[in-house]
Structure formats: C-alpha cells, structure tokens
Design a protein around this ligand. Structure first.
Ligand code: CA
Length: 222
C-alpha cells in the first residue's frame, strides 16, 4: 500500500519511513500540515499516518480540511500520551484509528492492515483472488494452488493494488503512483514489464489489459 506519513519529528519520521519501506510498503514522508494537504490533493494514497502536533498547519486542521474536500482515505493519527482530548477530537474529525506514542512498529503495521481490510470490506488478511490464487496481506505472500510464489517487491505491490480495486480499471499513471511513490525513477515500460512477469508467475489470467487506459483485476467469478 502507498502510505503518506506526516510527522515533523526527524528521528521518528525517518525511522518510520525506513521501517515501512523495509516492510515493502511505498512511503512518502512530509513534515508539515500544508505539505500533507497538498500531497493528498495532488496524489493518490491508500492510507495516511498523521501526527497531530505539526508546523504550518496542525494535524486536526489537516484532517478536517481533507475530509471537507471529500478525501475518504483511512487516517491513523499519532498522539502523545497526554493528548486525550486531541485524540477524541481527531476521531470526531474523521480519523479511523489512533496510536499513542511511543508504540511498537508491529502494532502500527497491524493497525494499518486492519484499516485496509475494513476499507475493502474484508475481515481477514487473506484475499481469495480466484479458486486457485490467494493473497495474504499479513505475510505478504501469494500462493498459487497452495504453493507460495516468488514475487519481487514491486510485483507484490502491484498485485495487491489491483486486487484491492477489483473490477475497477486503474490507469497506468495511478498504478505507477500507488506502487512507486515520489522521487523514484520509473522507466517508461517498467509497469508493462512487471505485469508481464506477474502474469507468468500467477499462471491464471487475473489481470486484464484495458487498451489505452490501464489494467483491471478480473473478478474471481470469471
Ligand atoms: Ca509532532
């Protein structure tokens, strides 16, 4: 998933970005509220991790602003132990969950997964892609007829995004944004190459090309 991390603390922000990156997620990190609102209005993210005490615009205002602009992405707020009131205001302003600093990284990961599950209406980490193929977002593993297949980090991210948007056509630009994030040099045919490898490894026809537009994940019933 592509995560917008909004945290002004250098050490925490840097550490979180690296840890999420190591875990295979696509992370973009901004350090103030104005940049967060700008990022949300110009790019596509799956989820936002939002600190409340931020320069230029505080986290609560960021949250209210993006909700007023009808951005419905899941938001997890990070608060200090003594900010009970802010936490309540945050949930009232449309946050989906919160974590109290300091927290264990594993808990952040588990909560992000839970938010993504809730969003896709699924109660488990297991996405059944068709009768043969299963995607396990907890283990970041894809199994074909019970056997785990070896996917690169990008291939996995790509498949997860397509599977989360089942039956929707995703444009190449949107997929590239979700899978790569900012500041990555993406070669012009990189996406096609990943799709090609992914199709070979999956063995079953799950990814459909929509000519001139992008790709669509086929419904399991096909
Ligand atoms: Ca802060």
């Amino acid at each position: 998933m592509r995560i917008l991390l909004v945290e002004d603390d250098d050490i925490l922000g840097d550490g979180l970005r690296d840890a999420l990156d190591m875990a295979g997620e696509t992370v973009d990190w901004v350090q103030d509220g104005v940049s967060a609102v700008h990022a949300i209005s110009s790019e596509t993210f799956d989820i936002m991790v939002l600190d409340l005490g931020l320069p230029r615009m505080d986290g609560l205002t960021v949250l209210r602003t993006i909700r007023e602009n009808h951005h419905d992405l899941p938001v997890l707020i990070l608060t200090a132990r003594d900010e009970t009131e802010d936490r309540v205001s945050g949930l009232d302003a449309g946050a989906d969950d919160y974590l109290i600093k300091p927290f264990a990284f594993e808990e952040l990961q588990a909560r992000l997964r839970a938010l993504m599950r809730r969003r896709s209406g699924s109660a488990s980490n297991i996405l059944q892609l068709n009768d043969h193929v299963v995607l396990d977002t907890g283990a970041r593993e894809v199994r074909v007829d019970g056997t785990p297949i070896n996917l690169s980090r990008r291939e996995y991210a790509l498949l997860e995004e397509l599977a989360r948007h089942r039956n929707q056509v995703l444009s190449k630009d949107r997929i590239t944004e979700l899978v790569y994030g900012w500041g990555e040099d993406v070669e012009s045919n990189a996406l096609e190459v990943h799709i090609h490898h992914l199709r070979k490894k999956l063995a079953y026809p799950l990814i459909e090309t929509v000519r001139g537009v992008g790709y669509r994940f086929r419904d399991a019933s096909d």
